[in-house]
Ligand binder design. Sequence first.
Ligand SMILES: O=c1ccn([C@@H]2O[C@H](COP(=O)(O)O)[C@@H](O)[C@H]2O)c(=O)[nH]1
Length: 259
Amino acid sequence: MDQLIFLGTGDSMGVPRVYCTCPVCQEARSGGRNRRLRSSALLRTAEGELLLDCGPDWVEQMEGLGQRTLTRVLVTHPHHDHIAGLPEWFDACRWTRSRGTVFAPGIVFETIRRQYPWLEKKLAFVPNDGGMEFGGWQITPWEVCHGKNGYSFAYRFVKNGYAWAYCPDAIHLTEKQKKPLHGLNMLVLGTNFYKEEARVESRSVYDMKEALELLAEAKPQRVYFTHMSHGVDIDAGYPLPEHVTLASRELTVSLRTGE
Ligand SMILES: O=c1ccn([C@@H]2O[C@H](COP(=O)(O)O)[C@@H](O)[C@H]2O)c(=O)[nH]1
């Protein structure tokens, strides 16, 4: 059965934050349950694997899995915490004389090319604006609001009538942007805090209270929160519905496609 494995569930700085001595960061520092690498997940299928985002913790994530090779990466948006592992993967390809493929909407490649102009010597960039297929999954990107940070993309995956979506970095979705979140068996959604106190103009990711309003509209059957900052204590017991789980590193979810 296909699986989704969470490799990182942290926000852009991860947990602990290097400058911070709050109780959550201290607990994470001592190897506790709040230690969170930058957000990424691995879709495992009979046809192989697809990594969802490749951030600065990529090497540690590969080592954690005991995985020596990687063939494909899907990118949600070209921000440091989602792409900074690409040059590391490039170097691994150079040393192993292999090649990889990166899938993303065309606009995402414009930034990746500017930031890392050497990557295409080893990594093929394949635009997926019109959707793509992998492992029997029909995968469709759509643009989502990323608040003060501009745009991001989310992805909807469909196979044998089972539908799920990966939307790690979004806020204030328009009605049109919410549409692909309807009718899902599972949703992976980014939520930086339980309740974020920062000014609305300075924000870029939903908090859990706002996410619950979104869930009440979209009604996914199962939900995993990711992209969580040090403002989230995984053991705090936040008042969340039974079908909502705070994801943690190497949590593995079976995707019940009926195969
Ligand atoms: O143009 C930009 C703007 C920001 N970044 C980096 O992205 C993240 C943003 O954090 P969120 O929590 O997802 O809002 C942060 O690491 C910034 O340094 C970027 O790469 N490019």
